[in-house]
Design a protein around this ligand. Sequence first.
Ligand code: SAH
Length: 291
Amino acid sequence: MTFDPTPSTPSRLQAEGRRPVVTLVGAGPGAADLLTVRAVKALRQATVVLVDDLVDPDVLRYVRRSARVVPVGKRGGCASTPQAFIHRLMVAEARRGERVVRLKGGDPFVFGRGGEEVDALREAGLEVAVVSGLTAGLAGPAALGIPVTDRRCGPGVVLVTAHEREGGQGPDWGALARSGLTVVIYMGGARVAEVAAALQAGGLSPDTPAAAVHAAHTARQRGARCTLGTLAATVAEQALASPVVLVVGGVAGLGEGAVLEGVLPARAAEASAADAPALWSAGERAMATRG
Ligand code: SAH
C-alpha cells in the first residue's frame, strides 16, 4: 500500500463539511466473504486503516490501493502496540481529514477493546461509527456445525474470556458450570487445562460434550470434538493453539458432519478480487429494489 498523495489538512474537513470521524469495523473471523456489506463500504472509503493482527490479510482486498494500512497487532504475549499509541494515531489521522477505519477481528465490541476506543475517541472530540462483525465465538462453533444455542440443551449461551486483565478477576467458573448455559471461551488456548478443571470442580461432568476450533473460517481452520474431560489433552495433541474458541455444553455434541465444506464458501482463496464490485453492486441493487 502507498501513501495517499492527497494533502490532508483541517481545511479538507472544512471543505468537505464534515467532522473528524473514526469507524470501528468488525472484520469477522477470517474469510473475506464473511464481511458485512457495510464493512466493505467502510473499507472502500477509508484512507487510513489500522489493522489488528487477528484480521485475515485477505480482508484487505477491499482497501483502496492508495490507502495507508498500519498494522497495530496486540497478540497475547507478543510484541504489541500500546493502546495509548493507537488512540493517538487514530485521533491525529482523523483530525488531518483522513477517513480512518479501525479494523478489528470478529466484532469490535466483543473482547476487542472497542468500548475503550470509543471512549478515547469521544473524549478527543471525534465522532465514532461502529460496524458490527461476525464474532468468532458464534461463527467458530458454527464452522464445525455446532449451534451455540439449542433449546434441547439449555436456555442460552455465555461468552467469556479465559484471559484475565492484569489485576482483574476471571469469570466465576463454578457459577458458569451450574448455569446450564453453553460456555464459549475466547483466548482459552493457554489456560485450557485450568478452565476445564475449574468447570469440573464446579460440577460439570467430564463427559460433557466439548469442542475446540482453531482459525475458524480461514484456510488454516482445524477443529476437534471431545469431552470436557479430554478437552485439554485434545487441544494439546492436535495443536489447536491461538486463535482458538472452546465450546463446553451439550450443543458441542450436535451437528457433527453437518457442515458441508464444499457447499459453504468458507475458503478465502475462493473469492477473487473481482468479487468486490459484484458484491457491492449486488448489495446496492438488493437494497434499491427493496426500498
Ligand atoms: N473481537 C474478536 C475477538 C478478539 S479476542 C471477535 O469478536 O471474534 C481474540 C480471541 O478471539 C482469540 O484468542 C480466539 O479465542 C478468538 N478468535 C478470533 N478469531 C478466531 C478464529 N478465526 N477462530 C477461532 N478463534 C478466533
